[in-house]
Design a binder for this molecule. Structure first.
Ligand code: CP3
Length: 343
């Protein structure tokens, strides 16, 4: 597949580019008035996510409106636990809630996994295929999934949390059951992502949003081996690991077959480069709050960030998802600042 604009894939492969490519985590969503309009047509978030033509429309909106160099399929990481048999609700203005949570081996035994679970995610594969049609060769499309530890955290905690102490307690009290659950999530994620590749995803990003809750030793025991399984099972296309708060795991990531390592805004470019080595591409890491600054400051700060990463092996992004109330003009200033840069 060739693209009118293939900057993102060239950069992900480590090739030198005239400027770094740019996209934003959570770009397909509430920052756009078009998204809010589309969303209002559905009774809830899940009904929206499960309607491939609507999900495809939400995927393409930021491509048309912002001029980003990559699209990301509109979906959510929590579709995986649901496909395994653990239902969730998305509560308006609050976030996800699991009415039942996983507490031990009996709950884990009855979960579906692998192809049997992924078979419930055909709607995401359809959304990818439909998005590819609508993008029509302009730019590449990113597929994604949550990392096993982050999915485990939601399945055991039942919602977001300040401490994730229920999820972390399970690692101490029931390490074997924890590994069994992480393995089932991993096997499902691999089957799910294989389907995303078959549907047309050009790169896969793994979101480990709660990586920073674990100690370095725990991350090595309960996260890294499963991240390795996922990357090794999917050699066909490039992959990105974005593990928020996991500055301590950068050396571990340097040994995994992910071509791109995403950084949050607490991790300086030079610090990351010294730990991952010269091979991997870095992605990030503008503070999402930096987008509330006046547009002229945004441009200056973006250019400064690009210089800190240096020429090549860098994809511009935020250090976490864009906040819903970010002024659209400031998001546009961010994208334009990157497009106006040249080495
Ligand atoms: O990047 C994109 O634009 C693609 C779509 C996308 C969504 N969620 C849509 C969404 C992606 C990549 C995600 C990933 C996701 N979902 C993560 C990992 C990234 C991160 O932010 O750390 C996590 C932890 C979730 C779980 C989740 N989904 C939460 C905690 C919430 C509620 C809080 C929030 O951010 O809104 C969601 C809901 C959700 N997922 C919305 C969207 C657009 C908002 C729901 C709505 O429109 O009503």
């Amino acid at each position: 597949m060739t693209y009118q604009n293939d900057l993102f894939l060239r950069a992900a492969r480590g090739e030198k580019t005239e400027r770094p490519p740019v996209w934003l985590m959570r770009q397909a969503g509430r920052i756009l008035p078009q998204y809010r309009e589309l969303r209002a047509k559905f009774p809830d978030f899940k009904a929206f996510v499960k309607t491939p033509h609507a999900a495809a429309e939400a995927t393409v909106q930021p491509v048309d409106e912002l001029g980003v160099d990559a699209a990301i399929v509109f979906s959510d990481i929590l579709v995986v636990p649901e496909a395994m048999g653990l239902n969730y609700e998305m509560i308006e203005a609050k976030g996800p809630k699991f009415p039942k949570v996983i507490t031990g081996p009996k709950d884990i035994d009855i979960l579906l996994d692998g192809d049997a679970a992924a078979a419930h995610l055909v709607y995401v594969w359809d959304a990818i295929a439909e998005s590819k049609k609508r993008i029509d060769g302009r730019i590449p499309l990113i597929g994604f999934a949550g990392a096993p530890w982050t999915i485990f955290a939601y399945m055991t905690e039942g919602s977001g949390s300040k401490t994730f102490s229920v999820a972390r307690r399970m690692l101490y009290q029931q390490p074997e059951a924890s590994h069994a659950l992480l393995q089932k999530i991993t096997t499902t994620t691999i089957a799910y992502l294989k389907g995303q590749i078959a549907a047309g995803a050009d790169l896969l990003q793994i979101f480990d949003s709660w990586a920073g809750e674990l100690s370095p030793e725990q991350y090595r025991t309960f996260a890294v081996p499963y991240l390795r399984q996922i990357a090794e099972a999917l050699p066909e296309i490039p992959k990105t690991i974005f593990a928020k708060g996991a500055w301590f795991a950068l050396e571990d990531f340097s040994e995994l077959p992910y071509q791109v390592v995403g950084l949050d805004w607490n991790t300086p470019a030079a610090f990351a480069r010294a730990r991952v080595g010269t091979e991997q591409v870095l992605q990030g890491n503008f503070d999402p709050c930096g987008l509330y600054a006046p547009p002229a400051d945004i441009e200056r700060n973006v250019h400064e960030m690009i210089r800190q990463f240096g020429p090549g092996k860098h994809i511009v992004n935020l250090g976490h998802g864009v906040y819903p109330d970010t002024p659209l003009d400031n998001v546009k200033a961010f994208v334009q600042a990157v497009k106006g840069f040249s080495w």
